[in-house]
Structures are given as C-alpha cells and as structure tokens.
Design a protein around this ligand. Structure first.
Ligand SMILES: Cc1ncc(COP(=O)(O)O)c(C=O)c1O
Length: 424
C-alpha cells in the first residue's frame, strides 16, 4: 500500500506532467514534434504526422482528474457515487440474454425514441415527435453532432464562460471558433447585453448549459426567453445542454428554450442518462430538435457510431420511468449540498454561491491570496482533490468542488480544508 504522502506526491507529479505536456504540445511546432515508435523510426522513412487539428487542443480538466489514492478526498468527479438502478441493470442483462447484440435502428429503437419524446413532454413540457430524437453514445456525442449541424469551419459559437471543459476543444476539433462571453460575477447567470455585443456576422450558435457545470447556475425562465429572443433576432441556433435538468434546487423550473415561442425551430436539445440515472459508463444520451436538423443528426450517426449498443436500448427506456431512483438521488444531493455549502462558507477567504443546481459548488478562492492553481495544489497536499477553474476560459480565481461524492468523503474533505486553511 502507498503511504499517504507518496500517493499525494504521485498525483501531484502526474497532474504537473500532464499540464507540462499540454503546454509543450501547444508550443512545439508540428514539424519538430518527436515521433515515438517501438523500435525507433527508420532513418530514411518519412514519418506521417497527426493531422494538425489536434495541435494544442485542450484536454479540459484531465490533469486534475487523475485518480488519487484512497487516502485523498476526491471532490473532482462529475459522476454520481450511487449505483445504477437495479431495474436498468436487469434490463441490460435481459437484453443481452435475449440476443440484442446485433445491428439496430440508427436513431435508436422506435420504443426508446417514443419514450424520450414522452419523457420530455412529461418532465419539461417539450413537444417533439419520436422521429425527432436520436439516441447517441452519451451526451458528448450528441454535442458533437449538434456542433456539426450548426456550424461550418470558421463559424463562431458563443459559449457562456466559464463553461464545461469539453465544449471548446470539441468545437475546435471541427474547425468552429468558440467565443467566450463571461457570465455575471455575482450569480453566474448570463449577461445578455454581453451576448448581444459578442455577435458578429460569423456567429451561428449560442450554447447554453443550465443547470450549469461548473457554476451550478440555473437560468431563470426570463433569461432563457431573452436568449431565445436574441437567437431569433440574429437567426442563430441554440444548443441547449440539459443533462442536469433534473438537478435543479431552485423554486423556479428548469426551462428549455425549445418551450419558448420561436425557440423550438432553432433549439437542439442535448441530454443523457449519465447524471440523473447514475449511468455514466453505459454511454447513453440523446439529441432532439427540429426535423431538418435531426435528419442531419441521423446522417452524422449513420456515418460514425451507427447506434448505441442494442442491448442498452431497452435498459435506457426502463430508466426513464425510474422516478423513485431519481428522487432518492436528488434528496441525497440536497443533503450533501447543504453540508458542502455550510462547510465551505465557514472557512475564511472562501466565497460560496447559492449552488442552484447540478452537483457542483463553484468557489471564489481569491480571498485566500492564492491563485486557483495554487489553491488546488495546496488542497491536494492537504489530502483533497478539487479542480482549479482557470483550466477553462473565464474561471480564474475559482475552484469547482463536486458534492456527487459520498457524504463521509465530503465531511473528511471539509475537515482537511479547514485544518489546512484555518491552521486547526
Ligand atoms: C455539461 C455536461 N454535458 C455533457 C456531459 C457528458 O455527458 P455524457 O456522459 O452523457 O457524455 C457532461 C459530463 O460531465 C457535462 O458535465
């Protein structure tokens, strides 16, 4: 078994190595990048190089997501600590036993697409036909299709900064240009005047994510309506990442732009099973939207992933009616949110917001006199892993602390932060 300090040193070393590798990659000119082959390059052989679209491409939070040893309180991951609901596992096993191991309908089985359409109407008041739903390998793949559908190389997409770490590199991968518009500093809600000011003749899409990773902000119905108004005024698409839609702790509802007049025809809804049903490794998500866009989504999927694993279709359908599991998880998250928010608020130098939704606290650490990187590295020394937000645009001075972890891990993490920062 590793000693506590040896594990800490290893994780810290690995995080630094990855960070250095990323910045070296950004600095190194493609022609001089080293090629490593098992037995070394043939002296006369020309060595093919990786397409330049990957040059300097970010890896998001990866440097700080390296699994630490069990001694470290891990408050980094955006993954529910709960097991996947039993009914879902049983349905997946039954699917395998029944021979659901062959090719299937590209957009997902009709039963599953219909179940998603019913689910969207029941829980979020969104009206789409079963033909306007494509089931994807995780929400990430739905995001990739939505970016391909809404932008061409050189087109601009507006992101509300700080935004989830994968959006920017995913847009860059397909040649689109991310334009970061900072949210308001007091509550992390959209600054609609700043969005208007950022629109150019190259802007094609606004990406929103409410409840938000990393800030936890849940946009109000009025803010969503104003974003739709802007999109209509400038004829823009809206990609709405609603993966945390069921994790809303506010007394106003999560509202999709697809439910606002004028919004349905220009909104692509991204969602998935990872968060609310604790199914991260099962890789199921979906994209829903207007018919022409969904035809393009089917083309994207038919020419890449084909479809999700066939035996997962019925399991995903079963999950959509597991309301008891979702409610149980939510009750636990609410408890953990209180513990985390109260615990962090009692530490001098930290400013913690309302934590309106998802399972993240977004903490201003500038009052400690440290940068967010220094804070995260110091926290790791103290036995707590968290994410410095300056790894993403607009996150300088903040850290993201997840309360998806078990309650005892949260208590231990808070005690360690207090001991470190309050000299207890
Ligand atoms: C905002 C956001 N969108 C999408 C995803 C990806 O979800 P999936 O596991 O379904 O690909 C995540 C995962 O962390 C996320 O935080």
């Amino acid at each position: 078994m590793h000693s506590y300090s040896a594990t800490r040193a290893m994780v810290s070393h690995e995080a630094r190595r990855l960070l250095e590798e990323c910045s070296a990659r950004a600095r190194t000119s493609p022609s001089t990048s080293p090629h490593t082959l098992m037995d070394g390059p043939h002296p006369l052989a020309a060595v093919p190089r990786v397409a330049s679209r990957f040059d300097g491409l970010g890896v998001g939070f990866a440097p700080y997501l390296q699994p630490p040893g069990p001694e470290v309180s891990r408050l980094t991951v955006g993954e529910p600590g709960f097991g996947t609901p039993r009914e879902v596992i049983d349905a997946a096993i039954a699917g395998l036993e029944a021979g659901d191991t062959k090719y299937s309908r590209c957009a997902g089985t009709l039963d599953l697409c219909q179940a998603v359409a019913d689910y969207l109407e029941k829980h979020h008041g969104i009206k789409v036909g079963s033909g306007d739903v494509v089931i994807t390998p995780g929400a990430k793949q739905a995001l990739l299709y939505s970016f391909m559908i809404t932008t061409m190389p050189g087109d601009e997409a507006i992101l509300l900064a700080p935004s989830w770490a994968s959006y920017e590199p995913m847009l860059q991968l397909i040649g689109a240009v991310p334009v970061h518009v900072q949210v308001r500093e007091d509550d992390f809600h959209p600054d609609c005047d700043a969005i208007r000011a950022a629109i150019t003749d190259k802007t094609r899409m606004i990406l929103i994510n409410s409840p938000c990773n990393p800030t936890g902000a849940v946009y109000t119905p009025a803010e969503i309506a104003e974003i739709v108004e802007i999109a209509v005024e400038h004829d823009l698409w809206i990609v709405s990442d609603e993966i945390y839609a069921r994790l809303n702790w506010m007394d106003y509802p999560h509202v999709s732009p697809a439910t606002i007049p004028g919004g349905a025809a220009r909104t692509l809804i991204v969602n998935g099973w990872s968060k609310s049903w604790a199914m991260t490794g099962m890789r199921v998500g979906f994209l829903a939207g207007p018919p022409e866009a969904m035809k393009a989504a089917v083309k994207s999927q038919a020419n890449s992933a084909s479809h999700i694993p066939t035996f997962m279709m019925e399991a995903a359908r079963v999950a959509l009616s597991c309301d008891d599991a979702v409610e149980h998880f939510n009750a636990e998250y609410l408890k953990r949110r209180e513990i985390m928010r109260d615990g962090l608020s009692s530490i001098p130098g930290l400013r913690v917001g309302e934590c309106e939704g998802a399972f993240y606290t977004y903490v201003d650490v500038r009052g400690t006199g440290m940068s967010d990187i220094e804070f995260a590295d110091g926290a790791l020394e103290a036995g707590v892993q968290l994410i410095p937000a300056s790894l993403i645009a607009g996150g300088e001075g903040f850290v993201r602390i997840s309360y998806a972890a078990d309650e005892n891990v949260i208590h231990e993490g808070l005690a360690r932060l207090r001991a470190w920062l309050c000299d207890e």
